[in-house]
Design a protein around this ligand. Structure first.
Ligand code: ADE
Length: 418
């Protein structure tokens, strides 16, 4: 390996260790696994963002006896030093390079599938969909899968509805210790981190339009307000829109929001939520960022078609100049801004998401539960265990119910007294 690569390996190792310091729950599981080896002989194929946090997850799996192969779940999220470290001394075959083109991206997914995994881990469902479409002959050897993110769960649910899902998949995203923390606090912080690193713009006093008020949107809106932005929310679901109103945000439709925003962050999981008719209304200098899984939320072909010229404005920022001279700025090619322009969610929150992944994989490998070929929930006891372990690691004391309170809660006999 060239000297430069050795430096990359060393940098990756240092940063993986840094993340490990903030992943105590995963570390506890990894310690136990090194003794018990619950994954001995199990082949795991993982398609996840190749970050320092993911490195700690795959190292825990390998320490528990699994043979792991990893590829990226987004062409622009790979941290090359992490991939180098995993491929180097850490010994986990990792097929990923930041900025890889679409062909390479899918070639890397096939390389992972070619290791004939028993268990697959996905983030966005590209691995599982490719397994069904291009490597269907391997399906019989796959016991089950896990899915990390909202978009992936929606895609897999569509496969299930259509009757084409041929492996059981556990929706890790649906665990409460995943989406209530990772999606809200993780995306909330890391999406703004991506915008700040890419642009170095002041958020205070600016108008931030958050498109989508699911768990991620709630987090982005709350953190945007914390930084001093006037936050406008766009939402299609009446209940979520009402919640945003009661949370104190200005809620309106995309046509009005388009005129107001200095910065737009899409977090809907849907396609073309910012379209040509909205781009035509935007202010000169507006920033466009996406924190949803795929790069389809901003209509990039429409932006390209509207532009008279385009050029890089700075790293991860592309300037599009429209016919009337207005300039719009697209961050991170419209891909996940937190991973394309920053480092993704902080380790403290990935600790819980990946503890869910780890304990779910252990359950799938050890118990080999008979599961239907459907999208399935994380067992409730795993979710509760992750919460308890996280609280313990934070040194937080939990109150206990007294026997009397337990009896009270399970009885209907006591009502109004006095
Ligand atoms: N998704 C969001 N942030 C992430 C991170 N830091 N590592 C892996 N997947 C992520």
């Amino acid at each position: 390996m060239a000297g430069e690569d050795q430096e990359l390996v060393a940098e990756g190792e240092r940063r993986i260790e840094w993340a490990a310091r903030n992943m105590p729950v995963l570390a506890e599981i990894a310690r136990r696994w090194r003794r018990e080896r619950p994954l001995a002989g199990v082949r795991v194929g993982a398609c996840l963002h190749v970050t320092t946090e993911t490195a700690n997850l795959v190292l825990a799996l390998a320490g528990g006896g699994a043979s792991v192969a990893l590829c990226a779940s987004n062409p622009l999220s790979t941290q090359d030093d992490v991939a180098a470290a995993l491929n180097g001394r850490l010994g986990v075959p990792t097929f990923a390079r930041r900025g890889e083109d679409q062909d390479t991206y899918y070639r890397h997914i096939l390389a992972v599938l070619d290791t004939r995994p028993h268990l697959v881990m996905d983030d966005g469902a590209d691995l599982i969909s490719t397994l069904h479409t291009q490597r269907a002959e391997l399906l019989d050897g796959v016991w089950a899968g896990t899915e990390e993110t909202t978009t992936g769960v929606l895609r897999l649910a569509a496969m299930e509805r259509e009757g084409s899902l041929r492996v059981p998949v556990v929706a890790v995203n649906q665990a409460q210790t995943k989406h209530m923390f990772d999606n809200r606090y993780g995306t909330g912080q890391s999406a703004l981190d991506g915008v700040l690193r890419a642009t170095n713009r002041l958020i205070a006093g600016s108008t931030l339009v958050v498109v989508g008020y699911g768990w991620c949107g709630r987090g982005v809106a709350a953190r945007g307000r914390g930084l001093g932005a006037r936050v406008v929310v766009v939402e299609v679901d009446p209940l979520k829109a009402l919640e945003a109103v009661m949370d104190g945000f200005w809620v309106t439709d995309m046509a009005e929001a388009a005129r107001l925003g200095d910065l737009f962050i899409t977090v809907t999981g849907n396609a073309r939520v910012i379209r040509r008719e909205h781009l035509e209304l935007m202010k000169d200098g507006a920033l466009l960022a996406n924190a949803g899984h795929f790069n389809v939320e901003v209509d990039i072909p429409a932006l390209q078609a509207l532009a008279q010229s385009r050029r890089p404005a700075r790293e991860n920022v592309e300037e599009f100049t429209l016919a009337d001279g207005r300039r719009l700025y697209l961050l991170g090619e419209g891909r996940l801004v937190n991973l394309a322009c920053a480092e993704g969610h902080p380790a403290q929150v990935m600790d819980m998401s990946f503890a869910n992944q780890a304990l779910t994989l252990e359950w799938l490998a050890k118990d080999r539960p008979p599961l239907e070929r459907r999208v399935l929930p994380v067992p409730a006891d795993i979710d509760a265990r992750v919460a308890r372990l996280k609280l313990e690691s934070l040194g937080v004391r939990l109150e206990e119910l007294t026997p009397e309170q337990r009896a009270y809660l399970s009885s209907w006999k006591l009502g109004t007294t006095g």
